[in-house]
Ligand binder design. Sequence first.
Ligand code: ATP
Length: 362
Amino acid sequence: MKLEIENLTKKFGDLVAVDDVSMTIEDGEFVTFVGPSGCGKTTTLRCVAGLETPTSGSIKIDGEDMTYASPKERGTAFVFQDYALYPHMTARRNMSFALESTSMSDEEIRESVESTAEMLGIREHLDQTPGELSGGQQQRVALGRSIVRDPKIFLLDEPLSNLDAKLRVQMRAELQQLHQEIKSTTIYVTHDQEEAMTMSDRIAILNDGRLQQIAPPEVAYSQPANEFVAGFIGSPSMNFLDCTVSNGTVETAAFSFDAPDGAHGAVTLGIRPENITLGPPSDDGHVDATVSVFEQVGSFNIVYLDIDGLDDVVAQVPGAKQFEPGARVSVTIDTGRIHLFADDGETVHNPPVFTKQPAAAE
Ligand code: ATP
């Protein structure tokens, strides 16, 4: 089902929780809403589900105006962070409960529950109660409870936030697989940008109730629409340095290089930590820095640098590169990967998106 959100605004008294948000989500698409706490993700989702009435704007499902329709009429299924299974019912009954009031026969219900449980890998747990299941298994029962209803649109609000880090990563992959199988239009809410990047066809970045950008993950990463998106997507975050552009040159307190076309008016230079290379200290015109903090991650490491005239600059280096705090290094930035922003935060220049290797021909 195609979902169209048009000029959606939701106010609570004077507070504007959702501010003129518009987007179209195509049939079968997986879109993630991401943004800091309080940016309006849940409220937007609740408006789509019919749990909140918009102050203005409209919501269409497959072309039909559903702005004021009841949740039931919309055919959406909502999975919350606190999925609250019925503790005294078995996993099977938790999943079948909502179907008992429909026209489905007992046999159809049994089949639907069992095939869904099979898909979710919880078939052998169907006769256990939630108290006898692990967090991940409970989470799957909560998802299964929604899937059996065969929703037109799946709305998931931080469904993995109660799980430990390892299980989250595992469930993330499982949810993607599940989406490929059931192909329902899905909106997924998270404040975790990594979760958004890894799961979605497109991510919608919200801030202060306003939609900042909706784009495929690789585009939001390489071509952020503004400084907010640039800083929110990616970990460790992009470095932002004050700059001026004149006579075809970008200049910061430490770096100076040829400006890209159209760089006029930029006041902030953005550079991602992985686009900074550290080498041995040199006296051939390179910028030198002192390592202030070295963070061991493993597969890569994070280096905080003191550079004369600049605030902390963060570089990401390969796992084999190790530094003691106080080490002197030379710093090179990849000028082909810089971003430039105007003083209102809008993007003036972005590097190209990395292209994907196409699938091999059959
Ligand atoms: P989080 O990640 O913390 O869940 P969110 O992005 O989902 O945040 P919302 O829950 O949509 O944000 O809230 C957006 C704003 O609206 C917040 O400032 C919140 O306090 C406010 N808000 C949400 N629901 C209500 C309500 N029922 N009454 C009053 N204010 C509300």
